[in-house]
Write a protein that binds this ligand. Sequence first.
Ligand SMILES: [Zn+2]
Length: 207
Amino acid sequence: MKSTTQPSTLTSASYEELVREMLVRLGEDPDREGLTRTPERVQKAYEFLTRGYKEDPEALLRKALFTVTYDEMVIVKDVEMFSLCEHHMLPFFGKVHVAYIPNGKVIGLSKIPRLIEIFSRRLQIQERLTTQIAETIQKTIDFLQSVACENRQFKYLAGPCMTTNQSCPTQSNKLNRPEIFVSKQGARFRTNRRDKCVKLYGAGFAP
Ligand SMILES: [Zn+2]
């Protein structure tokens, strides 16, 4: 199909022009009433859905460290996440759990969901999402004995990942199968703590 917009180069085209061009290639009339403001809405939507690129996750955590003598496992469970898969830029969602054993410092509890949100608001695959969350916690407070991160029940709202065998991390054959990340330091979980984790999340937590 012939394009209606003719930007001199792709990089000089505005975001709205690019979306308008996509509508044309889909076979739509971007000038019909319902679509006239769609390019503007799409731009705002994607700026919102990918705003995590503009935020610094380590800076977020560094602002919220508190000295404590507590050394039991800290667990933040069932944090709702919503992201876009990097293979199709389609939405997927699920819940994330984070667990770590502090060693003199804890992270303000409200910052864990914020950390999850920063990484979720980028194009993702679930394995990288959990690794980035865990590694950021470790990097920021490197004296932690351990940190582990798990997410499960990732599901697609709709799209090709549900209907084909393409290698997308959230494709149907992985639905409801826990994806567990245990950090390199995971082996330092003491037995009683490891047992607690295993009880909560299953054998995947065992080093
Ligand atoms: Zn996908």
